[in-house]
Design a protein around this ligand. Structure first.
Ligand SMILES: Nc1nc2c(ncn2[C@@H]2O[C@H](COP(=O)(O)OP(=O)(O)OP(=O)(O)O)[C@@H](O)[C@H]2O)c(=O)[nH]1
Ligand SMILES: [Mg+2]
Length: 431
């Protein structure tokens, strides 16, 4: 694997990386865990990890991010371990990347570029690809400027408007143009989705979105629920699930039918990760729009992971960032088959589940039903014979329990949404 000048990973050429992290002593996450995650991300991008270096530091170094002495240590580690790439756990400025590359004579990228590259390789749908490109360009733009500043600082014949600067201006302009173009395309794609959504709204099917940290088991839960609620083979409807970071990059909707009147749409979403680049969250807002429109969120937690609290905090923060922080939420403490103790003090709306054995999923489905169909009422209506249209509307809106033909009209007893009940209230004759 190789990283080209535009920080894009090109497959097939072997890449060995030294990972560098800084602990500022006030981080909410554990530096060891954060570096472990960076390692997983590196592997997910098909690079090898040749070594991990951590520095404790109070403040960021403006020139190199890490201290000058540490730069030399990283350089030596690269030579010793035959590494051709250095990955920083934190976001670097364009100038820092350039200074580090010059001092160590090796390609330098940061965690953000790494995550963006994984997304770029995995994105399948047109909209996901556009969103990743947008995030990449937004990441690159200020770093081009950083590069420009360091170039003009070197002086020595290069004027402020020298050829380098001109090329830079050109690059900058091209990038800005492309950003506008992509934004327009995303907007158009969203308008189409909007139309589809209005259609769905008319059907009034509740939407339940599965959210959570990457690799928690969201897609596997979705597949298991599909399997449990279908008698026929659902292989073709299954979504991709795998033991790797960011297996899912798009949102996938599946209709779940519990019975003829209880249908809901289950939506699988992109997983979150600590230090998820802001540009990526911004760019994926369109995809995550479905989360915003959901009637209920299922927050899947990997109960077997010792850092589950940090993972939950990150998930809540990203949800806040996309404006879905106040949604109704159920919790699925998943992978319970890997946990050898019961989770005590389970809060209300929390379930222990295993997407592999199916344990606890019945309870979760009941929980979903309680939340999204809680406005179902049963009522009896008497519809005069000359109002045939009303009768058929009513029967379509709810689940018919019984029908009687009286002298004055049709007496029908059914279960329906409160909203529909209110619409036909004039014909109601009570419970
Ligand atoms: N033992 C066990 N493994 C599970 C369970 N649920 C999921 N897994 C495994 O965990 C891994 C990740 O599962 P996914 O469903 O892809 O996770 P995800 O949350 O969709 O992950 P991303 O799409 O990457 O955000 C897979 O190898 C699953 O088989 C569970 O309840 N028990
Ligand atoms: Mg998934």
């Amino acid at each position: 694997m190789l990283i080209d000048d535009e920080n894009k990973i090109i497959e097939d050429i072997e890449q060995r990386a030294i990972l560098v992290g800084v602990s500022f002593g006030r981080d909410e996450y554990d530096i060891e865990e954060s570096m472990n995650e960076l390692k997983e991300l590196t592997l997910a991008a098909n690079a090898e990890v040749a070594g991990i270096l951590i520095q404790n530091k109070e403040r960021v170094d403006a020139t190199f991010f890490i201290g000058k002495g540490k730069v030399e240590e990283v350089r030596e580690a690269c030579v010793l371990n035959d590494a051709n790439l250095v990955i920083f756990n934190d976001e670097l400025s364009g100038a820092q990347i350039r200074n580090l590359e010059q001092a160590m004579d090796v390609k330098v990228i940061d965690r953000t570029a790494l995550i963006l590259d994984i997304f770029a390789v995995r994105a399948k749908t047109r909209i996901a690809k556009l969103q990743v490109e947008l995030a990449q360009l937004r990441y690159r733009l200020p770093r081009l400027q950083g590069l420009g500043q360091s170039m003009s600082r070197t002086g020595a014949g290069i004027g402020t408007r020298g050829p380098g600067e001109q090329k830079l201006e050109l690059d900058r302009r091209r990038i800005r143009e492309r950003i506008t173009e992509i934004q327009q395309q995303i907007k158009e794609a969203n308008q189409t989705r909007q139309v589809q959504r209005v259609k769905r709204d008319k059907n009034e099917i509740p939407i339940v979105a599965v959210v959570g940290y990457t690799n928690a088991g969201k897609s596997t839960i979705m597949n298991k629920i599909l399997e449990m609620t279908n008698e026929e083979d659902v292989t073709e409807k299954q979504v991709f699930a795998k033991n790797m970071l960011f297996a899912t990059l798009d949102t996938y909707s599946r209709r779940i039918s519990l019975d003829e009147n209880r249908n809901f749409i289950l939506v699988d979403t992109v997983g979150f990760v600590s230090k998820l680049p802001h540009s990526l969250v911004e760019a994926f807002k369109a995809t995550l729009e479905e989360v915003n429109e959901a009637d209920l969120l299922i927050h899947v937690v990997d109960a077997s992971n010792e850092h589950q609290n940090m993972q939950m905090t990150v998930t809540h923060r990203v949800l806040d960032e996309i404006g879905a922080g106040n949604k109704k939420m159920l919790f699925a403490y998943n992978k319970i088959d890997l946990v050898d103790h019961e989770i005590d003090h389970l809060k209300e709306g929390a379930y222990q589940t295993s997407a592999v054995t199916g344990m606890g999923l019945d309870g979760l489905i009941q929980g979903i039903v309680k939340e999204v169909f809680n406005d179902i009422v049963s009522a009896t209506f008497l519809v005069p014979f000359d109002q045939g249209r009303i009768l058929s509307e009513l029967c379509n809106a709810g689940k018919v329990l019984s029908t009687d033909y009286l002298e004055t009209g049709t007496k029908v007893r059914l279960e329906l949404h409160e909203k529909d009940y209110n619409k036909y209230k004039n014909f109601s004759i009570g419970e």
